[in-house]
Design a protein around this ligand. Structure first.
Ligand code: SF4
Length: 279
């Protein structure tokens, strides 16, 4: 059994949330550059250039790329041959986030739903833990902004809605969201499972690096078809018109109940922060 002390987890998560807020992934920057080849609107082109510049400044001057430094979402893949020592696993993740947001001077964005009193340390976190084979701990850290999360949607469609119903609702979600999720977005689509599972699928779909094709050829075709329709809506970068409303559509799909067709659309803004830590 491999032992991982909670202090190692706390330190890694602390650094992870800070770095995720300062360093936009090269896959996202490449997608902006690719978007420039397709965007015809001068304003849209200017915005894409500014996003590339913004990412550079954030990285070089160690300033968060957006004032909304997000709610900390973590996907943890915990090897079944790992033993966490020195404390509780979830508490270690929370402490890492707490220290990262404090020491990295990141905005704390978590509050009571009604009083709106800030919890003061960006906790509680949202964590999804999966037990997997092996002796590693993989953590995917995603600071998730409020604007794009607010425009995400979940639908329990009738099975007869089929692919046309899925397509219509995904495209409508992006079109109705307009500028609110800070486009160009990445569109995570969860299909199947049940009510909560399809929402998790949609969020997990966002983790696939941009430019990596879907391993399922049918789903890859669906993604291309959705992206084409979405980019005909004319929302454009920052909602000011143009072709590049979304950079990519990522689908994750699983079987569902015979009476259901669950669909979740999780929008990710251009500040697509995600960082992988392997311990
Ligand atoms: S939605 Fe994203 S880009 Fe827009 S304010 Fe929130 S974190 Fe920033």
């Amino acid at each position: 059994m491999r032992q991982i002390p909670t202090q190692t987890i706390i330190d890694a998560v602390k650094e992870g949330v800070i770095r995720a807020n300062l360093e936009l992934g090269q896959d996202v920057i490449k997608a902006f550059q690719n978007g420039l080849k397709h965007e015809q609107s001068p304003v849209g082109q200017e915005i894409l250039n500014k996003l590339i510049e913004n990412a550079r400044i954030a990285r070089e001057e160690e300033i968060p790329m957006c004032q909304d430094t997000g709610v900390a979402v973590l996907f943890a893949e915990l090897g079944q041959e790992v033993c966490i020592t020195g404390g509780e696993f979830r508490a270690a993740l929370e402490e890492g986030v707490r220290r990262g947001y404090r020491e990295g001077h990141l905005r704390k964005s978590v509050c009571h739903p009604f009083t709106r009193e800030n919890t003061g340390d960006n906790t509680p976190i949202i964590v999804h833990i999966e037990i997997v084979p092996g002796d590693r701990l993989k953590l995917l850290v995603i600071p998730k902004g409020g604007g794009s999360e607010n425009m995400s949607r979940l639908f329990m469609l009738a099975p007869s809605a089929g692919w046309p119903g899925v397509k219509e609702n995904v495209v409508r979600t992006v079109a109705e969201a307009g500028p609110n999720p800070c486009p160009p977005t990445i569109v995570g689509v969860g299909i199947g499972g049940n009510f909560e599972q399809c929402a998790i699928l949609a969020k997990k779909a966002l983790l696939r690096p941009l430019g990596t094709p879907n391993s399922d050829p049918d789903q890859a075709k669906m993604e291309d078809s959705l992206l084409e329709e979405i980019n005909k809506t004319g929302v454009g970068p920052q909602g000011l018109g143009g072709r590049v409303t979304s950079l990519a559509v990522h689908i994750l799909m699983m079987p569902c109940h015979i009476a259901s067709l669950p669909l979740a659309v999780n929008l990710q803004c251009h500040a697509s922060r995600h960082l992988e830590l392997v311990l």
